[in-house]
Design a protein around this ligand. Structure first.
Ligand code: AMP
Length: 451
């Protein structure tokens, strides 16, 4: 299979050749013909599979071959993305693939001034990439017109739903042409995604290239059990002793990201953060410094890192495991891209055992564990609750997990009782399965192999 067989125009084939791609990825081989035939598409594809080109290339082809008399400043294709970073990246990809075409491409997202975006929209845009909130601002100010939209793409739709954009998306759709072609890309096919697809798509072609929730085979995964308060020390040790020059580290919270970056910085490791409390400019600067090798460690939260495409990122570290198992797949999908090898390392403390179990259940496999000598977990440390995390046997609730005093006992609003401390329970500590497995793994064996 080659790009020439897919029916794309010469201008696109030239741009593809400039990028050095010779073979379409599986999602491209399936999605490009379906989009060119003007089908609606429901595609499950992880980032790193070439999904951006799988919708961009055929859309550019369709836009350049269909004449649009009288459309003037009306937007013809709209790509909705969950984050500003992904919007900027998709815009770059569209410009790269469309460089031999006269199409006008722009992006609008929050965190930057409206004025320049309004000016850009006034001059006319064929392909617009947008985050939902800012696009709605433009719609309500009358600075964008979607009534002639030919194609709508919902990119990383699962993440947009997770981020609570569903109402914004539905409002945007009310303002767009009913005649449009709609493409929905999602890493996972949850029930909500299927419901959204039922509402928005007409007889879609369903494309599922990789099994949902799988991790690329070229990514090596490992869990290092470690105590909660020794994670930072272990991370510094690993970065220094293994001489990692570029590592993306995930934390659960923005505050945790800031604190960790400061600590690493004081350990002599140049670090920066990327999270939702930072201005767009600061996020872009941090990302740029990281890509250019000026910053060795980039500490990120899930939302900010979603969709980040960083060439040659050999190491991703989960400093905290994510509360939502699917995020693990997204996080470690930052490494092992475009056929490179990648390492995904998770530092897991006693609080996170059930999060690890959720992840392993999702992946349908156990992740190998190895204790780093000198960082053996202390089995007497009792687990502490993680705010907002899904408890075993309980349905997850948004923002849930708050404690309510009831009959003098700490109780969560979701019915989960806080485990009393061991001193109150009495009795000996029991080694949780993770620790048993870890000690079986002949402490440090894997680690030495890897060093
Ligand atoms: P995406 O999944 O869209 O984020 O793309 C992941 C990476 O794969 C990007 O860096 C693309 O430049 C690259 N890529 C996309 N299509 C191909 C292809 N057919 N051959 C090689 N690399 C590709």
């Amino acid at each position: 299979m080659s790009f020439e067989n897919l029916g794309l125009s010469d201008k696109l084939l030239r741009a593809i050749a400039d990028q050095g791609y010779d073979t379409p990825t599986p999602i491209q081989a399936e999605a490009i013909p379906a989009v060119l035939e003007q089908h609606d598409v429901l595609a499950s594809a992880q980032t790193g599979t070439g999904k951006t080109a799988s919708f961009t290339l055929p859309i550019l082809h369709l836009l350049s071959t269909t004449s649009q008399p009288g459309k003037g400043r009306k937007v013809r294709a709209l790509v909705l993305t969950p984050t500003r970073e992904l919007a900027a990246q998709v815009e770059d990809s569209i410009k790269t693939y469309g460089k031999y075409m006269p199409l006008r491409v722009a992006s609008v997202y929050g965190g930057v001034r409206m004025g320049p975006q309004i000016g850009r929209l006034r001059r006319g845009v064929d392909v617009l990439v947008a985050t939902p909130g800012r696009l709605l601002d433009h719609i309500s100010q009358g600075t964008v017109d979607l009534s002639f939209l030919d194609v709508l793409v919902l990119d990383e739709a699962d993440r947009m739903l997770d981020m609570g954009f569903i109402h914004d998306i539905r409002k945007i759709i009310e303002h767009s042409s009913a005649e449009r072609q709609t493409l929905l890309f999602s890493a996972t096919f949850s029930r909500q995604i299927k419901r959204l697809a039922d509402d928005l798509l007409r007889s879609p072609k369903v494309i599922e290239v990789a099994r949902t929730n799988t991790v690329a085979e070229n990514v090596t995964q490992v869990v290092h059990p470690v105590d909660r308060h020794r994670k930072r020390e272990l991370l510094s040790h690993m970065i220094g002793s293994r001489n990692w020059q570029r590592v993306l580290v995930f934390t659960r919270t923005k505050h945790g990201a800031n604190r960790l970056a400061e600590q690493l910085q004081s350990d002599g490791l140049s670090s920066d953060t990327i999270h939702g409390n930072k201005s767009q400019g600061a996020r872009a600067r941090a990302l740029d410094a990281f890509k250019r090798g000026k910053v060795r460690v980039l500490v990120a939260t899930d939302v900010a890192a979603r969709g980040l495409d960083i060439d040659e990122l050999p190491h991703v570290v989960n400093f905290d495991l994510p509360n939502v198992a699917e995020d693990y797949v997204h996080r470690i999908g930052r490494t092992g891209r475009a056929g490179n090898e990648g390492d995904a390392i998770s530092l897991v403390c006693v609080d996170e055992h059930y999060l690890l179990r959720n992840i392993e259940r999702l992946l349908k496999r156990d992740i190998p564990q190895s204790v780093i000598p000198g960082y053996e977990p202390d089995p007497s440390i009792a687990p502490e609750p993680i705010p907002g995390a899904k408890r075993p046997g309980n349905k997850q609730r948004r923002g849930g997990g708050r404690y309510q005093a009831r009959n003098g006992n700490a109780r969560r609003s979701d019915g989960y009782s806080r485990r009393p401390s061991r001193s109150k329970r009495g009795g000996k500590p029991t080694a949780a399965p993770i620790l048993k497995k870890a000690s079986n793994a002949a402490a440090g064996k894997d680690d030495r192999k890897r060093a």
